[in-house]
Design a binder for this molecule. Sequence first.
Ligand code: SAM
Length: 298
Amino acid sequence: MAAAAPSIILAPSRYALPRPFLKWVGGKGQLLGTLLERIGAAGQFRGYHEPFVGGGALFFELTRQGALRDGAALSDANPHLIEVWQVVRNEVQGLVDALAVLKSRHCEEHYYAVRADVPATPVDRAARIIYLNKTCFNGLYRENRRGGFNVPFGRYTDPPILDEENLRACSRALRNVDLRCQDFVSAAARVRPHDLVYFDPPYVPVSRTSVFTEYQKGGFGEGDQRRLAGTFRTLADTGARVLLSNSWAPLVLECYGEFSPLEVSASRNVNSRTDRRGRVSEALVDNFAALRPAKLAG
Ligand SMILES: C[S@@+](CC[C@H](N)C(=O)[O-])C[C@H]1O[C@@H](n2cnc3c(N)ncnc32)[C@H](O)[C@@H]1O
């Protein structure tokens, strides 16, 4: 019988800290319960890797549960995003101060001035992205094809521009975490047997108007999806615990058929209008059933 992972609690902890400091496209907040259930079935694991980290919903959940005792490596191909994570880890006091200034000046005119500006320092650039994320229409930081940000002002009464307690909790959680801007293949090269890897790539589009691939300049096309499926298989062969989410699309079922994807239902933005939500099927793929029972020493 597979060894249980005693530290995984299936119900996501909704109110505890640390929580994602950015709301990111494709954020996994509402799939957390299902992801935790799958991870509970993986048996014990060592290090944790999230090569498409985005807002890091699963990383923060596992941190809150104390399940990441053997270190974590988080990465993403978006350099603006990774810079924010690094500033939260390394310069949280400067970030809190910069956000306090942005908060004190907040109004529509100030929003558009900040949106048009590209600050000179990492702290100010990180504060700008968090500020825009909390105050823009729909509260979602989304870059256009040219890597720019053109979301209009959001009319919120009291947007949470500065959540100092959470930023400090995130900073503590990241103290020993490896953070890199890189492609997922480079991230996979650092995975050891018995590590847990969660791949949450830009999803295969489910409709012609779908915008799921617009995370960064260049998008994430069929070639990337197939490259990722090859990486998944290679890691599975080395004995790593590998978990992946994607849309319930023919390409995904073709790429991962041998792992018997699980169909789950989620509420998602299903077209380019971010305010239009609907229920869609998503695929969860893992290699846990094929793993030999493992009880890790120490
Ligand atoms: C679905 S989002 C991840 C959402 C995240 N799990 C969360 O909870 O917020 C996908 C991420 O993949 C990143 N990405 C796109 N192409 C990539 C690549 N080739 N290698 C690594 N990351 C990539 C995007 O920048 C984006 O942040």
